[in-house]
Design a protein around this ligand. Structure first.
Ligand code: MN
Length: 307
């Protein structure tokens, strides 16, 4: 496949390597660790690049395909608090159940997303859904922590259940597949999630040979995660399954080409240029904020949730 049909929109000349947004790093999955007994994750963020480099995305835990044995007790993580950010869980295989102390909750299945704004504080628990636990099967998901700006960290918690059916679909040219927009906008197609700062989050579902062009402001922190299949980025860089591509902060389009049928998580966001003080499940701006969070948690101000 060649890229000679892609034109630089400013000059109408064929794209050259210098017109593309540069690739900063291609990162192989770090050694997996367990979160509770239900999530076997590769911690791409913040371990590989730090907490500010991909701001507003603080954490990316990627549970690559895992064949979970059938069991009687659902695996997962018991009741724990969060304050100061949002957790975004994207299910690719298997089903996850969630409950929080603000009354939010539900089950998400293949293709669904739960967008939980912890903000001033919630308790929640995250488990494999009961029937999935009984049958076992392939489990694959991503959890992102999306930071909130200081002015919104103490806002009211909320919960957005974004089923696959609600996502906006943007058909790619030449039957190349679909850009599924979860948040933000792709070429005029607006995703359903509401965000506090500008965030674009898509699943590129590409047929073999399918192409997609992406363009974001140069200062937006931008990355790709190959969930399924393999892709070529910018006409040159071959990226296999489960690899993370950190894009440089320079202008230019990103070209994705599926060398086999592929699913790619695309994330891009305007950085929140504020100090970060992080301690376990709390992400705030100062050490004093963290002490306050711990005190509020100890005093039961995060509400109540049955284990
Ligand atoms: Mn959690």
């Amino acid at each position: 496949m060649t890229t000679d049909t892609l034109k630089n929109t400013a000059t109408n000349e064929p794209m050259t390597a210098t017109d593309y947004r540069p690739i900063e790093r291609v990162i192989a999955p770090p050694r997996a660790h367990m979160v509770g007994d239900g999530f076997r994750v590769h911690g791409f963020l913040p371990a590989t690049v730090g907490m500010q480099r991909m701001s507003p995305f603080l954490v990316m835990d990627y549970n690559s395909k895992w064949d979970v044995p059938a069991g009687t007790t659902p695996r997962g993580v018991g009741v724990h608090p969060h304050r100061g950010f949002e957790t975004v869980t994207i299910a690719y295989k298997g089903r996850v159940a969630h409950h929080d102390s603000s009354g939010g909750g539900g089950v998400i299945g293949e293709g669904d997303v739960q967008w939980m704004t912890a903000a001033s504080g919630v308790l929640h628990k995250e488990y494999h859904e009961e029937e999935f636990s009984k049958s076992g099967g392939i489990f694959q998901m991503v959890q992102l922590w999306v930071n909130l700006p200081a002015k919104d960290k103490m806002s009211t918690p909320k919960y957005q259940a974004i089923t696959h059916a609600r996502m906006a679909q943007h058909a790619l040219p030449d039957n190349g597949g679909s850009m599924e927009v979860i948040a933000g906008n792709y070429q005029g197609t607006q995703g359903p999630a509401t965000t506090f700062t500008p965030v674009h989050l898509y699943n590129a579902r590409l047929n073999k040979g399918g192409k997609a062009e992406l363009e974001f402001p140069a200062h937006y922190n931008t990355a790709l995660l190959v969930i399924e299949g393999s892709i070529r980025v910018n006409g040159t860089e071959q990226v296999p399954t489960d690899h993370f591509v950190l894009m440089g902060n320079a202008p230019g389009k990103i070209l994705l080409e599926a060398t086999e049928q592929a699913v790619v998580l695309v994330l891009s966001g305007e950085p929140i240029n504020e100090p970060i003080a992080a301690y376990g499940p709390f992400v705030m701006n100062t050490e004093a904020d963290i002490r306050q969070a711990i005190e509020d948690f100890n005093q039961g101000k995060f509400g109540y949730l049955e284990d």
